[in-house]
Structure formats: structure tokens, C-alpha cells
Ligand binder design. Sequence first.
Ligand code: UDP
Ligand code: MN
Length: 336
Amino acid sequence: MSQAAQAFVTLATNDLYAKGALVLGTSLRDHKTTRNLVILITPQVSNNMRCALERIFDEVLLVDVLDSKDSAHLAMIKRPELGVTFTKLHCWALTQYSKCIFMDADTLVLCNIDELFEREELSAAPDPGWPDCFNTGVFVYRPSVETYHELLRSSTENGSFDGGDQGLLNSFFSSWPTADINKHLPFIYNLSSVAIYSYLPAFKQYGADAKVVHFLGNIKPWNCSYDTKTKCVTRTVHDSAPVVHSEFVSMWWDIYSTSILPMLMEHGISKSISPVKQEEEKLSEAVSQLSVSPPVPTAPMISSEERRRNWEQGQADFMGVDSFQNIQKKLDTYLN
Ligand code: UDP
Ligand code: MN
């Protein structure tokens, strides 16, 4: 079988997930994959972002959004946004390829994983939350028009027990847990951060062998805040709590800040290091404007210069002079 007929496939329905896809694609290229890189995008992805994606991916394919609109099941996993993951099903329609590996846009490869193409449909790693289910962040599959239509039929007839693609695919490939151990990918091909907290000794024993990291869950690297000098990652600009085991998020940011960001700036997509950082700049601008006016009554006596310096160093006095209440009061005086 020709290697050109095989591909890594990912999905992005908006510009944020597209950033993840760019880092994933770059990590696959950096580790010298010999296979094609394909991304499915939906119309919500901006034109400039499409141009950036075309520089990393061999094929950037526009598809329709498929949405489970199953808010009841999605509420159970507290992820209302995951209905659109049904869009993943389009990957079975890529019949120009004989075999593919689907990877979520929130995954990162740490070494060459081309050996996965030796596996058969449907191969995947166990889900850390319910190991008799496979996690759909990384899976090996065979594009096929018949399977594609059967999956679409199953989605309308049976829905999905979790409202997302994972519930649907686990019901569809229901023999996965017991039928063939070769279809169980080792966990190191889909190491999720959740597993690091839930079984730390195992992570210490086996984590060094990880081949793919999956930033599963609410905290995605692109929503974190990163300091390029200290390489320190925090959850957001407003929540300076450090991200537990942030080494992988740091690796993601290393690729993002050195390879992706300069390209996005060239395409006029990003002006600054991250959307979060841009927000920080806006806030800091607002505060520097506030500091030229007389201090609000509750403010302790520090000079506006000093206050501005503290703010710029990330040491805003959130409990005192820079409290939300004070800022809001100030904004209200301006607006009135
Ligand atoms: N996805 C997307 N837009 C969304 C949500 C999800 O493009 O708004 C795609 C993306 O490829 C993502 C995958 O669907 O990696 C699965 O979603 P996510 O990774 O957020 O789910 P988790 O792995 O956290 O369960
Ligand atoms: Mn994911």
C-alpha cells in the first residue's frame, strides 16, 4: 500500500481549535512523519486562519458542522460545546486514503508515531474515566462510504450516550473492549492530563515513554497564559494558579510561540502572544487611563506611577485599589 494513501486527520470548527491543530501538525512534521496531514474545518474558521493551516497541512477541507444538539447528555459531562464533535464523523468520508489516524486538535505528538498505521480499524486507547470505553482523541480507522453512512444513520437513530462523538463511536464499535487486544492502543499514545493526577505513581513510572499527550478537558493550552522568559504556565491571566504538571503545556507553548505565532502574525491573525495576553493589554491600558484621575476614596495612598508599574509586573492589588468594585466604580464615573 502506498504511504501517500495514508493520512493523519484532525478537526477544527473555530480559530482557537485551529491553533491547536497548527501545533499538532507542526509536531507531526517535526517528528518527520511520512504520511499526509489533513484538516477538516467548518465555515466558522476565518479565511486568514485557513491560509495559515494550508502552510502546515497537505489538505484543508471544508465540511458542514454536524451537531448532536443533545444538551441533556452534554450537560452530564459538563461540556455543552461538544455537540459539534459529531463533525468528526466526516473523517470516514476521506476515501482518497485507505487508512487514517484521527487526532484531536488538543493533542501533541512527542515522537514519530507512523507505526500506528500497522493497526486496524478501530484501534484506540482506553478512556481514563471509563477504561472499557476507548477515548476518541486518537484512533486508527479506515475511510469508507458505507461506514460513514452507517455512522450518520446511527447518530440520528440512536444519538450518543454522552452527546459527543465518543459515546456514538463506542456504541458503534461496541466490540472494542473485548474482541481484539491489538485494537487497544497503549495508553502512551493518548496520555491525558487527567490520568496524571488520578494515578501519579503510574505517570512517574511510565510517563517518560509518552508518545502523544492529550489536553483533554476544560483547560486547553491556548486558554492558558504563558511567560516566554520563565516558561511558566498559569491557568489564565486572572487565575495565577499554576497548572499542575504544566511541562506538557509548556512544550505546547514552546512550539506555539516559536513556530506558529510568527506565522499567525504574518497572516494578520494575532498581534500578541495569546488572546488572553491581548485581554491583559486591554485591561492594563484601561488601568493606566484610570490612574490619571484622582484616586477613589477607598484607595490606599500609592502613586499612580507605582500602581501602574505594579500592574504591569502582574502585581495588581486585586483586593484593594485594583479590586473589581473599584475599577467598575471608575468606569461608571467615566460612562456617566
Ligand atoms: N472540536 C472543535 N471545536 C469545538 C469542540 C471540539 O473543533 O468547539 C474538535 C477538536 O478537534 C477537538 C475535538 O473536536 O480536539 C474534541 O473536542 P475536545 O478536544 O474539546 O474534547 P475533549 O478531548 O476535551 O473531551
Ligand atoms: Mn481532545
